[in-house]
Design a protein around this ligand. Structure first.
Ligand code: ZN
Ligand code: ZN
Length: 377
């Protein structure tokens, strides 16, 4: 009979370990990123790295010490956790049944085989603090009702364009206070995160935030900010007025900013990578197969991928009727997959009814490229 160790050595459960690592990184804190390099390691090696990480994480304010992972005391418990965690993911069904045979004592957890341990989350949510329809508390209640484990608020941070859809400077403190209040009030029912969606041009204090999303909504040309996702008419106006009719010059400028968005904002998630396609469902403005388009988009990816920041799979434009597929396009997801990047599914919701809009489909869409999907950061 094969030992668990041999399954691990053959790489059969490296995917599970990968998932576990994602979870542990998020739960224990950001200080653990480096164990990601040890995905292929054996359980013992992994455990020894993990043990050290636990020590390092001791003083980390982001650490959630309630989490069972934080309390794993030895290699045996660590292996057991890997098995239990992995066995719950139905994606690995067949392989896991084999492992289950070997590890008979853990069989109970395997019989259901449902992904009931998958975390339901949405970290891209707007409320009445910016341009959303509902209060944060209404969104929290809805999220609890829909069985969410995590809900993150990501108000549009103040941007010098002073757009009406951004959080006002004078409301920043009230926003943070309210989310922190809700965190405490609902802590037994749901994990609530305080975030901000930073525009490339936002200059705000993020020290209270649990996370931020970095998004490009404007290009700046000839002393003027142009909002790229307002309407097809304005989109045409930008091409004509700022780029002398050359849509690809506009696209190149957009992706230049996207490629720099991590550098500029130090965000934790890359927001709607190809937002520029919002009004281009049927190729109305440009061809995404055009070499200039591809070159611009791919070079932005090239700048961002080494940062290891997850990209959104964002369903916002579908819920608002502009698009039939999430951002980003599949060829972009395929590159993210190939380069071992990660994605997180979000709905960019502006009302409580859409907090999990199109999530199942978005998951299938992303899974079809085999890209690594995470549930939390
Ligand atoms: Zn946005
Ligand atoms: Zn948004």
């Amino acid at each position: 009979m094969k030992s668990l160790q041999s399954y691990i050595n053959e790489g059969l459960i490296s995917d599970i370990i990968l998932r576990l690592l994602d979870a542990s990184i998020a739960w224990i804190g950001k200080g653990l990123d480096f164990i990601g390099d040890n995905i292929k390691a054996s359980t013992s090696e992994l455990w020894s790295t993990y043990k050290d990480s636990l020590k390092n994480a001791g003083d980390n304010p982001n650490a959630n010490k309630q989490n069972p992972l934080y309390n794993i005391k030895n290699e045996k418990e660590f292996s057991k956790f890997i098995i239990e965690h992995g066995l719950s993911a139905k994606t690995f069904g067949e392989r896991l049944k084999e492992i289950d045979k070997v590890m008979g004592s853990f069989s109970e957890a395997t019989q259901t085989g449902e992904d009931d341990e998958m975390i339901k989350s949405n970290l891209h949510t707007h409320t009445t603090f910016c341009d959303g329809k509902n209060t944060p508390e209404d969104v929290v209640k809805e999220a609890i009702e829909r069985g969410f484990d995590i809900i993150g608020f990501s108000a549009h941070a103040y941007t010098p364009t002073n757009s009406q859809w951004c959080l006002k400077k004078e409301r920043e403190e009230a926003y943070a206070k309210e989310i922190i209040r809700l965190k405490e009030e609902y802590k037994d029912k749901i994990k609530i995160l305080l975030g901000l969606e930073l525009d490339y041009y936002s200059e705000v204090d993020t020290s209270q935030c649990d996370y931020t999303i970095g998004s490009v909504h404007y290009v700046y040309k000839n002393g003027k900010y142009y909002g790229i996702d307002s309407s097809p008419e304005l989109f045409q106006k930008i091409i004509d007025e700022a780029f002398e009719g050359d849509v690809y010059a506009f696209i190149e400028e957009y992706y230049r900013l996207v490629g720099d968005v991590y550098n500029k904002t130090k965000c934790d998630i890359i927001g709607h990578f190809d937002l520029i396609t919002k009004f281009n469902e049927n190729g109305e403005f440009f061809d995404t197969q055009n070499p200039r388009y591809k070159k611009a988009a791919y070079s932005a990816l090239e700048s961002l991928l080494p940062e290891n920041v997850p990209f959104e799979v964002n369903t916002g434009a579908i819920s608002r009727g502009y698009r039939t597929e999430p951002y980003p396009a599949k060829d972009i997801l395929q590159i993210i997959e190939k380069e071992k990047g990660r994605v997180i599914i979000t709905s960019d919701s502006h009302q409580k009814e859409t907090i999990d809009f199109y999530f199942d489909e978005a998951k299938l869409y992303a899974e079809s490229t085999k890209v690594h999907i995470i549930d939390e950061i």
